[in-house]
Design a protein around this ligand. Structure first.
Ligand code: ZN
Length: 193
C-alpha cells in the first residue's frame, strides 16, 4: 500500500478546515483507480460525502462508474467538460476525479477553485501517454497539488518496476480508450526498445 501523506491531514481534529489537491498518477496497471477507491472508502467510513467524476469519453467498462482493472467499482458522474464538476459539488463534499488526463485545460481552474473553497480534491490519472509524453493537463495539476503519489506497475517484458504505458495496438491518437490488451506496462528499458 503506497504511503499517502494526505492521510496525515485526516488525523487532525477537523479535516474540513482546509482544502487541498492530491494526485494519484502512474502508468496503466499501476493501481491508480484502486488507490482512488481505497481513499474514497475511507472517506465514506468517516461519513464524509464524496462526489466522483470521470470523463464521459472513458467508457471502457461502464458509462459513469469508476472501475479499476480489478473490477472494484464506485458510482460516479460522467461529464463532458471539467467545468460541470462545479455544478454538482456541495459544501463539504470531497471531490474525486478519475482519468483526469482526458479533460481539457478547464480542469486546472476547477481543481484550484475547489481546493480554495476548502474541498479535498483527489485526482487520479495517467501522467504520461503511450509515447511517454506528459498526458493532458496532468503536469499542471501535479505541480499545483499539495500531494502527489506516483504509483508503478510491473514491466510486462522483464518484471522490473514499470513507469510507462506501451501501446501494443495501432491507434492514431493518444486519446485511444483501448481494451487492456492494447497496452502493457513497461520499464524504461523495455519501453525504449
Ligand atoms: Zn522491462
Amino acid at each position: 500500500m503506497p504511503y499517502s501523506p494526505s492521510e496525515d491531514y485526516l488525523l487532525q481534529e477537523n479535516p474540513n478546515h482546509l482544502g487541498w489537491i492530491e494526485v494519484i498518477c502512474g502508468s496503466m496497471f499501476s493501481g491508480k483507480t484502486e488507490e482512488l477507491i481505497r481513499r474514497i472508502n475511507r472517506v465514506l467510513i468517516a461519513k464524509q460525502t464524496v462526489k466522483i467524476f470521470k470523463p464521459a469519453i472513458d467508457t471502457r467498462y461502464h458509462k459513469s462508474d469508476i472501475v479499476s482493472h480489478s473490477e472494484n467499482s464506485k458510482g460516479g458522474i460522467a461529464i463532458e467538460n471539467a467545468a460541470e464538476i462545479i455544478t454538482y459539488v456541495k459544501q463539504g463534499d470531497i471531490v474525486a476525479i478519475d482519468e483526469a488526463q482526458f479533460f481539457n485545460s478547464e480542469i486546472i481552474d476547477v481543481c484550484q477553485h475547489l481546493a480554495n473553497q476548502k474541498h479535498r480534491v483527489i485526482v487520479a490519472g495517467l501522467d504520461t501517454d503511450s509515447k511517454g509524453r506528459p498526458f493532458g493537463f496532468m503536469p499542471q495539476i501535479m505541480a499545483m497539488a499539495e500531494f502527489v503519489s506516483k504509483l508503478h506497475a510491473i514491466c510486462s517484458v522483464c518484471g522490473n518496476m514499470a513507469a510507462f504505458t506501451y501501446r501494443t495496438a495501432e491507434a492514431t491518437s493518444s486519446i485511444f480508450i483501448g481494451a487492456d490488451e492494447a497496452y502493457e506496462a513497461r520499464c524504461r528499458n523495455c519501453f525504449n526498445k
